[in-house]
Design a protein around this ligand. Structure first.
Ligand SMILES: C[S@@+](CC[C@H](N)C(=O)[O-])C[C@H]1O[C@@H](n2cnc3c(N)ncnc32)[C@H](O)[C@@H]1O
Length: 275
């Protein structure tokens, strides 16, 4: 086995990843990932690049593809990230929605290891009147199956919870092993986590439609063309009038005739029409 992958080999992997999940890996990032990909090839028992590439590209071996995608995605997340949006959710958006409906569906795409889904559940739980007036369904999806497994287990270390209000640690976690905390069973049972690609054309059929989508810190890894494709997918996954919450660097390229900005000082949009 070679000690490093050649430039052309890395480019072929990058092209494969981009076509499959939209994530555009820069030359620099690819160079840094070379060792990780080589280790993965070795762990999976491939003797050379050619047989590995053949397995993903031509044999379409889903186990190998999943392992590659898990290795190249950036999964950075933590509890209470960009939490001003949770305040807007519970103080402004949900009270509006609740006037006309008693069941609210929320999609978090991507959820990574689950911190965002559980943060939203905490924010809603803090507002007892919301819980009294409506039922909530919350689904997290991510392409990285290892992150989805962590999300389902709901076990987190100190670094993940640093930004969380301390009282929430008391209310929504139970002690686990030294230095770790586990999300309370009620939350783990109520949240649904699925491994899924946002570009899967069957996604709207599999998941149905939502009142709210959170998609934060994924679109920044897509090029403009894939970003636009992704906004179209959100338009299919949202009900008309549904809300799209983006991260601060994600909104570039959004079609404002399709997604109208709410003007609340945060990248939150409302779907205007069906696609
Ligand atoms: C930086 S994390 C963001 C997590 C969380 N939303 C947040 O803001 O903290 C980006 C996630 O996007 C996921 N991802 C990338 N491409 C994806 C795709 N095509 N479909 C679903 N998830 C994807 C990655 O696996 C990664 O976990």
């Amino acid at each position: 086995m070679a000690m490093a992958l050649e430039k052309q080999q890395l480019e072929r992997i990058a092209q494969f990843v981009k076509n499959r999940i939209g994530v555009a890996l820069s030359q620099e990032k690819l160079q840094r990932m070379s060792r990780r990909i080589l280790n993965l090839m070795q762990e999976l028992g491939f003797e050379d690049f050619h047989s590995f590439y053949h397995a993903i590209r031509f044999k379409k071996d889903e186990k190998v593809i999943q392992a590659l995608l898990n290795a190249v995605t950036v999964n950075e997340t933590y509890f209470w990230r960009e939490h001003e949006q949770f305040t807007l959710l519970t103080q402004t958006i949900l009270p509006r929605l609740i006037l006309s409906q008693k069941r609210i569906r929320i999609l978090v795409a991507p959820s990574s290891s689950g911190e965002e889904v559980y943060s939203i559940m905490m924010a809603i739980s803090e507002e007892k009147t919301l819980l009294e007036q409506a039922e909530f369904e919350i689904i997290g999806i991510d392409i990285d199956s290892a992150m989805i497994q962590t999300a389902r287990q709901g076990v987190y270390g100190k670094r993940s919870i640093e930004k969380l209000p301390p009282s929430y640690l008391q209310s929504y976690f139970e002690p686990y092993q030294e230095g770790y905390f586990r999300i309370i069973p009620e939350f783990r049972e109520a949240a649904t986590f699925l491994t899924a690609n946002i570009f899967d054309p069957d996604l709207p059929h599999k998941l149905g439609t939502f009142d709210i989508i959170f998609s934060r810190n994924m679109l920044i890894y897509f090029d403009m063309n894939d970003k636009r494709r992704c906004f179209d997918i959100f338009a299919k996954l949202l009900k008309i009038g549904g809300y799209l919450f983006l991260g601060h660097a994600d909104a570039n390229g959004i079609d404002k005739t399709l997604f109208k900005p709410l003007g609340l000082g945060s990248p939150i949009y409302r779907l205007q029409k069906a696609l």
